[in-house]
Ligand binder design. Structure first.
Ligand code: FAD
Length: 448
């Protein structure tokens, strides 16, 4: 046996690293610990299961523990790593099945510990009808609650993409849904003018939206906000949390690893932490923004998998670097699609970019083509250089994945003229002759 690699966390950030390490080295001993029962599951699919679109919950498991065992990866589920010692190179583990503790030595260590839904320390957030939706166990908890019940009032706390997807899921279940968000607009990752379009779509789909209201407590029957008057109590038999996530970095921090943005683990381009031989990937760690060059914490599955692949290669003696994140995300609210990448206005201001905006209302297909729907694109370009800084899209079916063109453009540091000149595909059933992205780029060009 060669060196031993210990991995903490059995989802994307952990197991994609394990898989890549095994591909790179056949001699490395790999032991992976997961506190839950499942490995490599898709949290992204949880809203679809809870909304009844996908069945059963187990369909979200991409790779079972047996899959990894066949790859000669010693995956140990129901094992909670409780402490790490970087000096002694050991991890302490609690076996949650047999209620015993043991230590295991390592040569190389990898954190793929993910993140936990934020749960404010306010009255009632610990009640049994208040659910986060991060793991399959969380999802099973909500399914258990729904079983045999005709849903009445559901409140979703937080209007980010998880909140939105959960609101849609509950609408599909026949519930009356209210989304409460403390900021002036939902979807804080969009600029307020684009967030307003999302709120409009939510209302159109029958979801009540309460902005500028802070939840101050929850009881068995209602969610209480800081709004004035009797409307401050919103009836709720089920409460779902969509308040973002907190990186699970306590173990790494307690052992002495450096933390960065939002308490996430600091890593270099090869995913190595501040401690030699200790790596991290996924929602637990920090990354660098491709456009601003600043450290950010972006908790999405695409990034987790890519980071983990890089970490796995390096852990097994290869060489790989992570390119950074663009802050790309896409989601859906019934028939409305939403996507963003790069910098929004606030982020551009924060990173001291002077910019112009190109915004356009166009359609997803040629205007005359049946099924053409509204598509609104907002594009930011740097003043002077014309460099593409970011874009946001809200529109009908076929809108969201267009963001990938902008991702490629800003990754290649294109300017708006490059984007305008791209030979993008066209047919009336797919787009307008000038794709809405290119029309937005032309508007930005005019502003420049
Ligand atoms: C509802 C929802 C929808 C989403 N939709 C999308 C989407 O559409 N697109 C997208 O890109 N991303 C999406 N995401 C985000 C995506 O799921 C996460 O970014 C991804 O799961 C991160 O993977 P990870 O392995 O870093 O963390 P996690 O998935 O959180 O996994 C970490 C694992 O480590 C285990 N663990 C933690 N600490 C310990 C310990 N001490 N000992 C043992 N085990 C431990 C945990 O049990 C967990 O299984 C969504 C997330 C949610 C919740």
């Amino acid at each position: 046996m060669g060196e031993r690699l210990v991995i903490i966390g059995g989802d994307a950030g952990g197991m994609a690293a394990a898989t890549q390490a095994r591909r790179t080295s056949q001699t490395l001993e790999i032991v992976a610990f997961e506190r839950g029962a499942d490995t490599s599951y898709s949290a992204c699919g949880i809203p679809a299961v809870l909304g009844g679109e996908v069945f059963p919950l187990g369909a979200l498991v991409a790779k079972t523990p047996d899959h990894f065992r066949k790859m000669n990866i010693d995956i140990r589920t129901r094992q909670l790593v409780t402490a790490v010692d970087f000096e002694a190179r050991t991890v302490e583990v609690e076996d949650l099945v047999h209620r015993r503790h043991y230590k295991l030595g390592y040569d190389l260590l990898h954190f793929g510990t993910g993140a936990t839904p934020a749960r404010p320390e306010l009255p009632g957030f610990d009640l049994s009808h208040v659910h986060g939706v991060q793991t399959l166990a969380d999802a099973a908890g909500v399914l258990g609650f729904l079983e045999g019940r005709t849903l009445g009032d559901v409140v979703v706390v937080g209007g980010g993409y998880v909140g939105l997807e959960m609101a849609e899921a509950m609408i599909r279940r026949g519930a009356r849904v209210t989304v409460v968000d403390a900021s002036p607009e939902v979807m804080g990752t969009l600029d307020p003018d684009m967030g307003r379009l999302v709120a409009r779509a939510m209302r159109m789909h029958g979801i009540a939206v309460r902005n500028d209201e802070r939840v101050i407590g929850i009881d068995e029957r209602a969610v209480h906000t800081d709004a004035d008057g009797p409307g401050s109590a919103i009836p709720a038999e089920l409460v779902i949390l969509g308040l973002g996530v907190r990186p699970n970095a306590e173990l790494a921090a307690a052992a002495g690893a450096e933390l960065g943005v939002k308490g996430s683990i600091v890593v270099d381009r090869r995913q190595e932490t501040s401690v030699e031989g200790v790596y991290a990937a996924g929602d637990c760690c920090q990354s660098i923004h491709l456009v601003s060059g600043r450290p950010v914490h972006v908790a999405v599955g695409t990034v987790a998998n890519k980071m983990a692949r890089v970490a796995g290669t390096n852990l097994a003696g290869g060489y790989a670097t992570f390119a950074g994140v663009a802050g790309t995300a896409a989601t859906r609210l019934c028939s409305t699609e939403i996507a963003r990448t790069g910098l929004g206005e606030a982020e551009a201001d924060h990173a001291a970019f002077d910019y112009v905006v190109g915004k356009v209302e166009s359609t997803t297909k040629a205007g005359y083509f049946p099924g053409a729907e509204e598509m609104i694109v907002k594009l930011l370009a740097e003043k002077g250089s014309g460099r593409v800084l970011g874009a946001q899209i809200v529109g009908g079916p076929g809108s969201a994945k267009r963001i990938d063109t902008v991702v490629a453009a800003l990754s290649a540091r294109m300017d708006v003229d490059d984007l305008i000149g791209l030979d993008l595909a066209y047919a009336p059933f797919f787009s307008t002759v000038w794709d809405p992205l290119q029309i937005a780029a032309r508007k930005a060009r005019e502003a420049l």
